[in-house]
Design a protein around this ligand. Structure first.
Ligand code: SF4
Ligand code: SF4
Length: 449
């Protein structure tokens, strides 16, 4: 037996918390066994182990200690390939319209449309039909178990008829082929009235992701309507109804300037007693795509600290908040590397990454009358492997990250299709894994040995 290279040891209140980033297992070691377990895991001297057979079994089960012949990198390569080439999931992100009712200060999608003096387009009926037909064909040929759809925009609720046609079609197809249907909408929340919530539920969409960037003062500064009206109050009114009927995730973009306003936002939502999830993301400012937005970006390390701080706030103010970033095994930062995941633009162009919508140079294919026609840029995505990168090979969160955001590695370096690079590649867990595990342990999850 040997020691896994993906263990994290965290000492807390006389306990030792063990975390393994391949298995996501969390184990609490009782104070009287801490010295022994720590010595064994730190020295690698397994022969000297003085624990009971039962305790050793628990360490084996969590992959903290592993058989000599278990090469973790080989295993991760196999797991990544399974994930990339699996037919189990079919995932589409569908951009329904380029039009938006907001003019957010940092939105370069809308800025590009204005610069190009372009009329925002909506998804055409023939593309909607092809998407439905090709999905049915995939169901017949590849037998996926889950169809996962994200409706995207612009503001997707401005194309509600198209959304309904697609979602009803998917729902019926899923019933017929016994496939699980998961659908969500990424919306600014302004149009999410009672009536629209009910229409979404009636066509199988039960999850929404709404961006709120802080309390009223800050949100209304960043996210106004096209006619320059504030949006915070209306969105909150809409969430009040929606959170009772569907899964609502509040996505918040954080800059150096917004942290205190975000804390106030958490307090407001907590006081209302609403059931919402929080998703904190760092604001990304790309100089080449200047929108005039001049908030200071956090470094990823700074964001990682802020993320822990914000979740502490959430857990303190909402004691029953189901915080657990390790609930599900995460195979990668996003699904762009998967064969059966794609982003479909309003004109039927196919991309692998959300950030690529509209960049024709990196499009990996297009929708034809009957199906998808892929080009050879597709392979550049699918064959990306983090194992070629020394930094990743030495990284303790590689099993959960697999090279992070691969935009720079694929779109910039392999496809030469972007003149600008994304500011972040790594995931925040690289810097806050121990703190996140420790935070979770406060909620007393895991098994004691
Ligand atoms: S966090 Fe960064 S270094 Fe670590 S695996 Fe992800 S991309 Fe690679
Ligand atoms: S921007 Fe990066 S993380 Fe996001 S979808 Fe694209 S490749 Fe994935």
């Amino acid at each position: 037996m040997k020691i896994s290279r993906y263990n994290q040891l965290i000492e807390k209140d006389n306990y030792l918390i063990l975390f393994n980033s391949i298995s996501n297992a969390i184990l609490y070691v009782e104070p009287n066994k801490v010295k022994e377990v720590k010595e064994v895991l730190e020295s690698g001297n397994i022969e000297e182990i003085k624990l009971s057979d039962e305790d050793i079994e628990k360490l084996k089960k969590g992959l903290y200690i592993i058989p000599d012949e278990f090469d973790e990198i080989t295993y991760l390569k196999m797991r990544l390939n399974n994930y990339k080439y699996s037919d189990r999931f079919l995932r589409y992100t569908i951009s329904l319209t380029e039009e938006c009712n907001f003019s957010c200060v940092y939105c370069y999608q809308q800025m590009l449309i204005t610069l190009m003096d372009k009329k925002p387009a909506k998804i055409a009926k023939n593309i909607v039909n092809t998407i439905l037909n090709m999905t049915e064909k995939r169901f017949e040929e590849e037998h996926p178990k889950v169809l996962s759809i994200t409706f995207y925009g612009g503001e997707p609720l401005l194309a509600l008829d198209e959304l309904e046609t697609l979602s009803k079609g998917f729902e019926e197809m899923c019933k017929k082929f016994e496939v699980k249907y998961e659908a969500n909408v990424v919306t600014n929340g302004y149009l999410l009235t009672h009536d629209i919530v009910n229409r979404l539920l009636n066509c199988g969409v039960n999850s929404v992701i709404i961006t709120i960037d802080g309390d009223k003062t800050l949100h209304d500064k960043y996210r106004k309507t096209k006619s320059d009206k504030p949006t915070f109050d209306k969105i909150m009114e809409n969430i009040n109804y929606a959170q009772d009927k569907m899964y609502v995730t509040i996505r918040t973009n954080i800059s150096k300037n917004s942290i205190e306003n975000v804390k106030k936002m958490i307090k407001i939502l907590a006081e209302k007693g609403w059931r919402v999830d929080f998703d904190f993301q760092p604001v990304e400012v790309v100089e080449e795509l200047s929108t005039g937005f001049n908030d200071e970006m956090l470094t990823l390390r700074e964001f990682a600290n802020v993320e822990v701080e914000l979740y502490k706030e959430v857990i303190t103010l909402i004691p029953d908040y189901p915080f657990n970033p390790f609930r599900r095994l995460r195979m990668a930062r996003c699904d762009a590397l998967c064969k059966n995941s794609c982003v479909i633009d309003v004109d039927g162009s196919i991309y692998k990454c959300w950030g690529e919508i509209g960049n024709k140079f990196s499009s990996v294919g297009k929708i034809t009358k009957e199906d998808i026609e892929l080009n050879h840029k597709f392979e550049k995505w699918i064959t990306y492997e983090p194992f070629e990168d020394q930094k990743c090979m030495e990284c303790s969160v590689l099993p959960m990250c697999m090279g992070g955001c691969v935009f720079n590695a694929v779109v910039v370096d392999r496809l030469n299709s972007s003149p600008w690079r994304k500011p972040y590649t790594c995931i925040p867990l690289k810097y806050n894994l121990k703190e996140m595990v420790s935070l979770l342990s406060d909620k007393k999850l895991g098994v004691k040995i």
